[in-house]
Design a protein around this ligand. Structure first.
Ligand code: NAD
Length: 364
């Protein structure tokens, strides 16, 4: 892979390779864009098959964070880090603290957080070496589990999509299928049950399904049959890539709105397929931004009510994306990407204007 041409084509500012043989650390930190603020994104500890695979992942994920922050109205840029190796085999206090030192060395351009393969305890070790950490547990003065805030954002994005399709935002008696009753899916089920939605759900775990059936009266659907289930709204809250050329032709819903990251297997082709099928897709990186909004709020001194109030922005932002898609004749996914880029450009221009007027004042 030609790294510099990849950085140019994806728009990355900086990629930092960090190693310390003594503790077994091999890490890559990718800073995509800091126009709006410091690059924030979690650190993923994963047994990548190759260094190239790790690099591709960190470049892709950090770019995604830029778009998520920008469309959510946050003053944050996009970044991400990966640590290469099997966490079960090589994770140690020394390795994590060494990673923290590298983060510290970036002087706040990159702020790290928890991601796959990294636990709350691990974040405590990283925090010992750097202040540029967010998403800490509540007992450490942090914001704790972001999932309820993520679920609230998904709920609001879903209401906006339903309003776009039917003219009403009420989800009472609306048939909704949730795929994945994990931390986000279960919190979403609770909100939707309270509103009187008619719930269906699928999960690989029978225990999760039984619990949700008892608490929220939802009807279980087999994990293999989700795309044949006739519903009004499908909410993917499990894994990515589930909207693809094989599943989209079978879908029987009017709206898709869920928390899973990267739901579209192919961002361009599959968002067009959904438009062709007449299904309104609420872009995942917009409506699942509640978790990011939550950690952003932590940077200012955490307050759950402020995080929830900020998350309410998702409702208006989702409607704005649908309107832009209609006006420009593009898919909602592309509209969300373009609006994010336009915000970055507008703020960048604002900064240039401010520095020109500072220069004029100082040279007058
Ligand atoms: P989780 O691990 O707590 O829950 C995932 C659930 O999905 C589990 O109950 C699992 O059994 C189920 N599942 C997995 N594969 C499935 C399948 N094929 N069919 C049905 N169910 C399946 O994860 P989470 O934190 O609830 O996150 C859910 C999704 O939302 C993930 O894609 C995550 O990246 C994304 N997300 C989460 C947050 C957050 O705040 N937790 C923020 C943004 C995005």
């Amino acid at each position: 892979m030609n790294l510099f041409s990849q950085m140019v084509s994806l728009g990355h500012q900086q990629v930092v390779f960090c190693q310390d043989e003594g503790v077994g650390l091999k890490s890559i930190i990718a800073i995509h864009d800091t126009t709006l603020g410091p690059a924030l994104g979690g650190v993923r500890f994963w047994p990548y098959a190759s260094e190239e695979e790790a690099l591709i992942d960190v470049l892709r994920l950090s770019r995604g964070m830029t778009y998520k922050a920008a469309i959510s109205g946050l003053n944050l840029g996009g970044g991400k880090a990966v640590i290469i190796g099997d966490p079960l085999q090589i994770k140690s206090e020394a390795l994590l603290r060494r990673f923290g030192q590298f983060v510290e060395g970036l002087g706040g351009h990159y702020i790290t957080a928890e991601d796959m393969g990294v636990s709350v305890k691990d974040m405590e070790f990283i925090r010992m070496e750097t202040a540029y950490v967010t998403g800490l547990p509540e007992e450490m003065g942090g914001s704790g589990d972001p999932s309820p805030v993520t679920a609230y954002g998904v709920y609001l994005g879903m209401k906006a999509a339903w309003k776009k399709v039917t003219g009403t935002e009420s989800l009472r008696a609306v048939k909704i299928l949730i795929q994945g009753l994990g931390k986000v899916g279960m919190a979403l089920a609770k909100l939707l049950h309270k509103e009187g939605a008619s719930l269906y759900a699928t999960d690989l775990s029978a225990r999760q399904l039984e619990y949700a059936q008892k608490e929220y009266g939802l009807q279980p659907v087999s994990p293999d049959a989700w795309y044949n289930q006739p519903v009004d709204i499908f909410s993917p809250c499990a894994r990515g890539g589930i909207l693809n050329k094989d599943t989209i032709p079978h879908l029987r819903c009017a709206v898709i709105a869920g928390s899973a990251n990267n739901q579209l297997a192919d961002e361009v082709e599959d968002s067009l397929r959904l438009v062709d099928r007449g299904i309104l897709y609420a872009p995942d990186f917009l409506i699942n931004a509640g978790g990011l909004i939550n950690v952003y709020t932590e940077l200012e001194g955490y307050n759950r009510n402020r995080a929830l109030a900020r998350t309410e922005y998702i409702y208006e932002a989702t409607l704005r994306v649908f309107t832009a898609a209609e006006q420009r004749g593009i898919t909602p996914h592309e509209a969300a990407m373009r609006l994010a880029e336009e915000r970055i450009r507008a703020i960048s221009a604002l900064r240039s204007r401010a520095s020109i007027s500072m220069f004029s004042l100082s040279s007058a």
